[in-house]
Design a protein around this ligand. Structure first.
Ligand SMILES: [Mn+2]
Length: 285
C-alpha cells in the first residue's frame, strides 16, 4: 500500500516479524513545550530519507523482520494512555516481539513498567532529567514522574539512568534518589562511554534491558526539537556508542519527547536513525 507512512518502509505481516514499531501520539502532561503527539509520523517520515542498509553492521533494517503497527488510539487522558500502552506492550511481549514505541511525551513509557515485573528485565533511561518527582503539575502519571512510577513497580535496583544533568532540589533531597543508580553527563564526558557501560553493567543484575530514550539527553544543538531542551548534553555519537554496546542486551525500547513544531527537521532524522541503531545492534537476526 502506498500513501500510508510506515517506519523505514516496513511492509509484510505481523506474524513473522521480529521488531514491531508503534506510535503513541500523546502530549497532555507536558510542562513546557507540547507537540509530541505529532512525533510518530514525523519520525516515520524522517526514516524514509535514511539508508535502510546499515553499512557498519552489514544489515538492512527493513529486511530484519520489521513491522509498523501504526499508532495507539489517541486520548488526552494520561490514565487511558498508560492503560493502552500497557495492553499493547503486553500483547507484543506475549507474542515474543521486540517492540519499539515512538512517543509521544515521556509519560507514555509508564505503562511499560507493570509488564516487566515478572521478567528478568531492568529499565534504563537516557534522559537529561531524572523524572523523579512523585507528581508534576498535580499529575502522578506525568512526564516528570516517569522514573518514579517505574520504581514503584520494579524497585530502585531495577531502574537506572544515563545523561542526567537537570536535577531539581526536591529530587536531589529525596531519600530514594540517594539510592538511584545513575550517571551524569559530566561523568560520561570524564570517563567515556565504554567505562560508563562497564559501570552500568556492574549495577544491572537483570539479563535484559528495556531502553527508554528521551531525546533531550542530547544537547539542544543536535536535538533542538524536544519539549524541554537542556544545555550541556551528550552528542549523538555518544548515544550511538552506548546503544551499539547495549544493543545485544536490549529487549525493547521507546524514543520519546520529540516535538516537531520546535524542530528544524534534524531531531526527527536523529530519532529515526537511533531507532535503526537500536534495531541493527540487537542480536536478533
Ligand atoms: Mn524524560
Amino acid at each position: 500500500m502506498s500513501g500510508v507512512l510506515k517506519f523505514a518502509g516496513s511492509s509484510g505481516d505481523y506474524g513473522p516479524s521480529k521488531f514491531v514499531v508503534y506510535g503513541a501520539p500523546f502530549d497532555s502532561t507536558t510542562s513546557f513545550r507540547s507537540g509530541q503527539r505529532f512525533a510518530p509520523n514525523r519520525i516515520r517520515e524522517a526514516s524514509s530519507t535514511l539508508e535502510r542498509f546499515v553499512f557498519e553492521r552489514n544489515v538492512n533494517v527493513k529486511e530484519m523482520g520489521l513491522f509498523d503497527a501504526g499508532d495507539l488510539e489517541s486520548t488526552v487522558s494520561p490514565k487511558k494512555m498508560k492503560n493502552e500502552v500497557s495492553r499493547n506492550f503486553k500483547n507484543l511481549l506475549n507474542d515474543g516481539k521486540y517492540s519499539i514505541m515512538l512517543g509521544g511525551e515521556h509519560s507514555v513509557s509508564i505503562g511499560i513498567g507493570e509488564n516487566l515485573v515478572d521478567e528478568n528485565v531492568s529499565v534504563l533511561f537516557m534522559d537529561a532529567h531524572p523524572d523523579f518527582r512523585d507528581s508534576l503539575l498535580g499529575e502522578r502519571l506525568s512526564h516528570g514522574s516517569v522514573a518514579r512510577r517505574m520504581i514503584d513497580v520494579l524497585g530502585i535496583e531495577r531502574v537506572t539512568a544515563i545523561g542526567l544533568r537537570a536535577i531539581s532540589r526536591e529530587e536531589s533531597l529525596d531519600p530514594l534518589f540517594s539510592k538511584y543508580n545513575f550517571f551524569t553527563t559530566e561523568e560520561i564526558r570524564r570517563y567515556g562511554t565504554k567505562a560508563i557501560i562497564d559501570k552500568l553493567f556492574k549495577k544491572v543484575k537483570s539479563k535484559k534491558i528495556y531502553l527508554s530514550l528521551d531525546l533531550d539527553v542530547m544537547d539542544p544543538a543536535y536535538a533542538p526539537g524536544v519539549a524541554t531542551p537542556e544545555p550541556f548534553g551528550l552528542d549523538p555519537f555518544q548515544i550511538k556508542e552506548l546503544i551499539n554496546v547495549l544493543g545485544k542486551r536490549l529487549m525493547g525500547a521507546d524514543i520519546v519527547e520529540l516535538s516537531p513544531p520546535y524542530d528544524n527537521g534534524n531531531t526527527a532524522v536523529l530519532a529515526a536513525r537511533l531507532v535503526q541503531e537500536i534495531i541493527s545492534s540487537s542480536d536478533i537476526s
